[in-house]
Design a protein around this ligand. Structure first.
Ligand code: SAH
Ligand code: SF4
Length: 363
C-alpha cells in the first residue's frame, strides 16, 4: 500500500519519471501539443539522459517553461561514488524522503552492467545477506528504480562519449518480486522503443523464489531473464538460510520454474552462494541436479562474501568455501553435465560485491 500511495502521490504531483510514454502523450496532448511531442521528451530523458527541460532544444520555450513548472524532475541525489580497483563503481543515492540505497556499475572490458536496488532494505532476512540484516523500510517507486539506472548511465556518458549501459540486473538491495508492480513497470519503460529501448535479453530479475511473482513472469509480455537464488537443495537447509523457503518451499518453487520454462522457453540461471561447510558438500550438487531435473539450468556459483560490516551488528557466522571445496563442487556439477560458472568477485574492496550492499537507510 505504501508504494501505491507514494506512486500515486508522485503521479499526482506530475513527477517526470513516474510517467509512461502513453501518459506523457496524454498530458502533452491536453496541452495542445502534437502526438510526436511525447516521443521527443522521452528521447531527451531516456536516450540522451538530459534531465533539464531548458536543455531540450527542440521544444518551444513556452513548453519548456510549462514543463519546468508542472512536471517535476525528481532524480536520486548522488551522495557518494566509489571506484574499485577492478573498475566497479558503487553509488550511494538519497531519495526525496531521505532514504538511501546503493547501486553498482560493473565494467567487463567496456561492457557495462547496472545492478539496481528495488527496495530500501529487504524483508526476507536471508541469514547470510547484509541487506537482509538491515530489515525492510519501503519499496522503491518506478521513478526511483529508473532514476538509479539513468543517473548511472549519464555517468557513463560523461566519461566515454556515447557508451551507455548494456545490461540491467535487479540484484541490488531488496527482493524485486516483492515490489513486482513497480519493477515490471520500470522494465516496460526501459524496454519501450520510444523510451530507453533496452532489449529484454539485457534485463535480468534475480529472485529469492517468490512463487507468485515467478508465475507472473511466465506470462509477462517482455521476456526478461530470470535468476533464482537457490543456495540449498533441501527444504531443511534452505529454510535455515532463507526463511522465505517456509512460505514457498522447494516443491512449489520448482513447479513455478517449470511453468516459467514451459511458457517462455527461457533458460533459468540458478544462483548458489558457496558457504564453507554449510551448502558446499558435492553431495548437494547431486541433490540439486535431482531437484532441477529436466530444467536444464545454468548455475552461477558465487563465492560467499563475508560482509565486513557484519550482519545486524554481529559478525557473520559464515565463511567462504576454500578453493578445494569449490573445486570439488564444480567437479560434481561437471560429472552431472550441469553447465556452470564461478562468478568472479567484483568490487569487494568497496563493499559492492553480492550481498554486501547495506546503505545506511537514513541520512
Ligand atoms: N533479493 C534478490 C536479489 C538481490 S540479492 C535475491 O535474493 O535473489 C543478489 C544475489 O546476491 C542473490 O543471489 C543473493 O543470494 C546473493 N547474496 C546475498 N548475500 C550474499 C553474500 N554475502 N555473498 C554472496 N552472495 C550473496
Ligand atoms: Fe533479500 Fe536477496 Fe538479501 Fe535475501 S539475499 S535478504 S532476498 S536481498
Amino acid at each position: 500500500m505504501e508504494t501505491t500511495n507514494r506512486q500515486e502521490q508522485n503521479e499526482a504531483a506530475g513527477d517526470a519519471l513516474s510517467l509512461s510514454c502513453e501518459q506523457w502523450q496524454a498530458r502533452l496532448e491536453e496541452w495542445g501539443e502534437p502526438r510526436f511531442r511525447a516521443g521527443q521528451v522521452c528521447q531527451w530523458i531516456y536516450a540522451r539522459k538530459v534531465f533539464d527541460y531548458h536543455e531540450m532544444t527542440n521544444l518551444s520555450k513556452a513548453l519548456r517553461e510549462r514543463l519546468c513548472g508542472e512536471v517535476l524532475m525528481t532524480l536520486p541525489i548522488q551522495i557518494q561514488e566509489q571506484l574499485s580497483q577492478d573498475g566497479t563503481r558503487k553509488f550511494l543515492w538519497q531519495m526525496a524522503d531521505g532514504q538511501r540505497v546503493e547501486s553498482v556499475l560493473l565494467d567487463h572490458g567496456g561492457h557495462k552492467t547496472a545492478c539496481i536496488s528495488t527496495q530500501v532494505g529487504c524483508p526476507l532476512k536471508c541469514a547470510f545477506c547484509a541487506t537482509g540484516a538491515l530489515g525492510f523500510t519501503r519499496n522503491l517507486t518506478v521513478g526511483e528504480i529508473l532514476g538509479q539506472f539513468l543517473m548511472m548511465e549519464r555517468r557513463c556518458l560523461d566519461r566515454s562519449l556515447q557508451e551507455g549501459v548494456n545490461n540491467i540486473v535487479f540484484m541490488g538491495m531488496g527482493e524485486p518480486l516483492l515490489n513486482e508492480a513497480n519493477v515490471l513497470e520500470a522494465i516496460r519503460r526501459l524496454n519501450h522503443p520510444k523510451m530507453r529501448n533496452l532489449g529484454a535479453r539485457h534485463i535480468t530479475i534475480s529472485t529469492s523464489g517468490i512463487v507468485p511473482g515467478i508465475e507472473d513472469l511466465a506470462d509477462f509480455e517482455i521476456p526478461v531473464r530470470l535468476s533464482v537464488s537457490l543456495h540449498a537443495p533441501s527444504d531443511a537447509l534452505r529454510s535455515k538460510l532463507m526463511p522465505v523457503n517456509r512460505t514457498y518451499p522447494l516443491s512449489r518453487l520448482v513447479e513455478a520454474l517449470r511453468l516459467y520454462r514451459q511458457r517462455t522457453g527461457e533458460r533459468i540461471t540458478i544462483e548458489y552462494v558457496l558457504i564453507d561447510g554449510v551448502n558446499d558438500d558435492p553431495q548437494m550438487a547431486y541433490e540439486m541436479a535431482a531437484l532441477l531435473d529436466g530444467l536444464n539450468p545454468y548455475v552461477n556459483l558465487i563465492p560467499y562474501n563475508v560482509p565486513p560490516q557484519g550482519l545486524a551488528g554481529r559478525p557473520s557466522q559464515f565463511q567462504r568455501s576454500p578453493d578445494a571445496r569449490v573445486k570439488a563442487f564444480c567437479a560434481a556439477l561437471t560429472a552431472l553435465h550441469i553447465e556452470f560458472e564461478v562468478r568472479r568477485e567484483r568490487g569487494s574492496d568497496i563493499l559492492a560485491a553480492c550481498g554486501q550492499l547495506a546503505a545506511r537507510a537514513r541520512s
